[in-house]
Design a protein around this ligand. Structure first.
Ligand SMILES: Nc1nc2c(c(=O)[nH]1)N[C@H]1C(S)=C(S)[C@@H](COP(=O)(O)O)O[C@H]1N2
Ligand SMILES: [Mo]
Length: 204
């Protein structure tokens, strides 16, 4: 079920290419305060404790790049974007989940959140991006760090990420509670929660 399954099919159904990179989010752009910033991994961790990295520590984690497409549910897509940052699998290796973890909630400033299946989080293409095209992210695109989940619609990638919660059951995130599909696979055009089939997500 990797990206490679769809090589050659340029765009998922209903998507279109557009010039530039629009800014899409709910609410204001947070101000970054280096001395207060922390990236926390908590919830059902392997050792029962939480891990916290300050900005300097997070910036020193192994740097990795991913080239992938980006699909917003409003039908805007970009192809072949180069993201740089920390692989989600690196976070999971340094701060591992307990064996019964099935899902994660990725938390951002102002309480924004997105839920993911653990397998989607651990996918090779999933990255906590600090850079795009070799340049640091701008504030409106998520500086200092945003999640990118290329296999899913872009709302699954919170900007201004502050933490990861390991969960032993699924729970809906911000947009998943507000009419968007719990899973959000663009290749299956899983846009809205009314399209969900039994087993796709928790009761609304
Ligand atoms: N914190 C936060 N992250 C967010 C959102 C949001 O409302 N708040 N919107 C998501 C949506 S719907 C999309 S399409 C992408 C857009 O990212 P961009 O503004 O960098 O293009 O961010 C996602 N991340
Ligand atoms: Mo979006």
């Amino acid at each position: 079920m990797g990206e490679s399954e769809h090589r050659g099919e340029q765009l998922p159904p209903g998507q279109r290419l557009q010039r530039g990179w629009p800014v899409t989010h709910y609410g204001p752009v947070p101000r970054f305060k280096a001395d207060r910033w922390e990236f926390r991994v908590f919830g059902a961790t392997a050792d029962g404790g939480a891990t916290g990295w300050n900005h300097e520590e997070f910036s020193a984690l192994p740097y990795h790049t991913v080239i992938a497409d980006f699909h917003c549910v409003t039908k805007f897509s970009m192809l072949d974007v180069e993201w740089g940052g920390v692989a989600a699998s690196t976070v999971a290796k340094l701060a591992p989940p307990a064996p019964d973890v099935t899902h994660v909630m990725v938390w951002a400033e102002y309480g924004f959140s997105a839920n993911l299946r653990l397998a989607d989080f651990l996918d090779d293409s999933c990255i906590f991006a600090t850079h795009k095209g070799g340049e640091p992210l701008t504030a409106e695109h998520g500086f200092p760090v945003r999640l990118v989940v290329p296999r899913l619609y872009a709302w699954k990638g919170p900007k201004w990420v502050r933490g990861v919660e390991y969960m032993t059951a699924d729970r809906r995130g911000f947009w998943e509670e507000r009419g968007y599909h719990n899973l959000g696979d663009p290749w299956r055009e899983q846009r809205y929660s009314y399209q969900e089939e039994p087993g796709d997500g928790p009761e609304l």
